[in-house]
Design a protein around this ligand. Sequence first.
Ligand code: SAH
Length: 216
Amino acid sequence: MLDTYRHKGQRKKLAEIVAKKGITNINVLKAIETIPRHLFIPDTALHKYAYEDKPFPIGSGQTISQPYTVAFQTEMLDLKPREKVLEIGTGSGYQTAVLLEMRVKVFSIERQKALFDRTSTFLPQLGYKTKLFYGDGYKGLPSFAPFDKIIVTAGAPYIPEDLLNQLKTGGIMIIPVGEGNDQIMKKITKTSATNFETEDLGSFRFVPLLKEKGRD
Ligand code: SAH
């Protein structure tokens, strides 16, 4: 697990690229500059590209999201320290680490056992303490609800009702919705126990949010 000055320089540049693309939240940019993204990519042959603003494979047919997308979703969550955040799709744990750098409490669910196992060992090695769960993100985590914020990091064919129910009134969910290759990023604000406001934030591309637990 080697992190060098070269890597540090590369991620400073990555934070600049992400800022040029429109991210303004200083804490989000600091997180990009701080987190050693290359270590979240299992194939070491890809490490030299790790600070390009691109997604990369992480095994189990999944990807680590593009840094701009991670930054965008995080910025849109409008996080305050100590808020409770539910993340669907732990994957490599990179988005989880960005959330933790924002000083919130993260509960994250992953349906691929191999990724869940790897990330459960890896994040503590980097000093990140959080609660990771192996399960089906469509169902959320009823026993830990309600959440101030919910972030979904895979393309959802529809907005899961369980997740809406587990959001606090005043809470925000950021979720890419759509069945094809492209999704529309939606910001859903819970305005009362039964009312929601939805805002469309543009087109993005994610791997699909799948049903049930994976079997790999
Ligand atoms: N946040 C991750 C992105 C990983 S890609 C990162 O930064 O690396 C999306 C992830 O969602 C994949 O790991 C995939 O296995 C997971 N996923 C897909 N369907 C899911 C579901 N129903 N519940 C939980 N996780 C799911």
